[in-house]
Write a protein that binds this ligand. Structure first.
Ligand SMILES: Cc1cc2nc3c(=O)[nH]c(=O)nc-3n(C[C@H](O)[C@H](O)[C@H](O)COP(=O)(O)O)c2cc1C
Length: 370
């Protein structure tokens, strides 16, 4: 009944045992809890976990691939996921938050005059000037750090890397934030240069390694997303990214507006439906024959099977659904789809948990007896 979901796939050179991928999800959990969470998601039967937000430089947010401790941390996560028969992909990213601006808001944050949402908005306002004024040699330093980071990720045991096309790649791509007048700004070709150089850097270090690209699409009418690539610019960006060495695309809405647009709840005014971002996949499909992974509100096995079977997408990524029930793939395989705890996209304890610094959880989670 779910033959396509359960069928293996050559995803940009990497063989996946089925079509279900855990979408990049920063958990905000202590290490032990994170390890247990990743183990349970891997054991639940998905083919690959994308580990969200792995910094490409030594001084980024989060553990670094370039320190002994950070490397050991990633190595351990890769081992845990592999032990459960699942592949793991590192989402390589560079933050576009201006650290200096952040320090300015620190007193307000500490005295609780600014909450997490307000801080996000304030930092978003700094993205444009930060990206526009970043000195060229620093830009090159960052794009050239993607290659060494990918190599370290491979050495730590990752099977694939994903270039995070939102964050700094997304801000450089976007005419909303990027007002540079050098070779990194202006025309869409110039705005794509940051991403293209980052991908080429990986290719230089790892000529045959699979490179997924999180393609963040910006929509007008109605306007959603500020970073990323305008729908009308996709015909320029997609071939450039492919030529640079990308082997698959993970397509979704661009960020830097409201987080509940890219992680939309069931009552979102526009993206409330199942498979809410798949129309962006259709546009990318017309421009490339590389595999495409869809994401966004995917949870019904029937719906997912239909999207895969029709060839609209080749893989289906889920974040909140696999947090709600990591066993989704195994239950589908075992003919027990009716037993799945279906995500209702309430965002209470996943996005809510992240925003209140309590870690990502789910309303279905059982309370451990003390
Ligand atoms: C708590 C949480 C954290 C997330 N962290 C990341 C991240 O680190 N990187 C990323 O690209 N997307 C991140 N996302 C977005 C997801 O990958 C996904 O695109 C989004 O949740 C929509 O898919 P879903 O409907 O299956 O949840 C996060 C989502 C959630 C809920």
């Amino acid at each position: 009944m779910y033959e396509t979901i359960l069928s293996p796939m050559n995803y940009g050179g990497l063989t996946l045992k089925n079509r279900i991928i855990f979408a990049p999800t920063t958990m905000g959990l202590p290490q032990e809890e994170l390890e247990a969470r990743l183990r349970s998601i891997a054991a639940g039967g998905c083919a690959m976990i994308i580990l969200g937000d792995v910094p490409v430089t030594k001084h980024g947010f989060g553990p670094s691939l370039f320190t002994k401790k950070g490397f050991a941390y990633y190595q351990r996560l890769a081992q845990i996921v592999h032990q459960e028969g699942c592949k793991i992909c590192a989402q390589l990213h560079q933050s576009d938050s201006d650290l200096k601006a952040m320090l300015r808001y620190l007193p307000g944050l500490l005295t609780k005059r600014i909450d997490a949402d307000q801080l996000r908005n304030l930092l978003n306002q700094q993205v444009g000037p930060y990206i526009t004024n970043l000195p060229t040699h620093k830009v090159e330093q960052i794009t050239h750090s993607f290659g060494p980071a990918a190599l370290r990720a491979k050495e730590a045991g990752f099977d694939m890397v994903q270039v995070h096309g939102d964050r700094m790649c997304g801000s450089f791509s976007s005419s909303v934030y990027n007002s540079r007048t050098d070779q990194y700004g202006g025309t869409p070709e110039h705005r794509a240069r940051f991403a293209v150089e980052s991908i080429r850097s990986i290719r230089q270090y790892l000529p045959d390694f699979p490179i997924d690209y999180k393609l963040a699409v910006r929509q007008e009418n109605p306007h959603y997303g500020n970073a990323g690539v305008l729908e009308s610019e996709l015909p320029i960006f997609v071939p450039l990214l492919e030529e640079a060495g990308v082997t698959s695309f993970h397509v979704t809405l661009a960020n830097h507006s409201n987080l509940s647009d890219t992680i939309p709840p069931f009552n979102h005014p526009y993206f409330h439906g199942e498979g809410c971002f798949l129309t962006f996949c259709d546009q990318v499909r017309a421009l490339t024959s590389l595999p495409i992974c869809g994401v966004g509100g995917l949870s019904s096995p029937d719906f997912v099977e239909e999207q895969l079977r029709s060839g609209r997408i080749q893989c289906a990524a889920m974040s909140r659904q696999l947090i709600a029930d990591p066993n989704w793939p195994n239950l589908v395989r075992d003919g027990q789809a009716a037993q799945i705890h279906r995500c209702i996209r309430c965002n209470q304890k996943c996005l809510g948990g992240m925003m209140t610094h309590q870690g990502v959880h789910c309303i279905y989670e059982r309370k451990e007896s003390t």
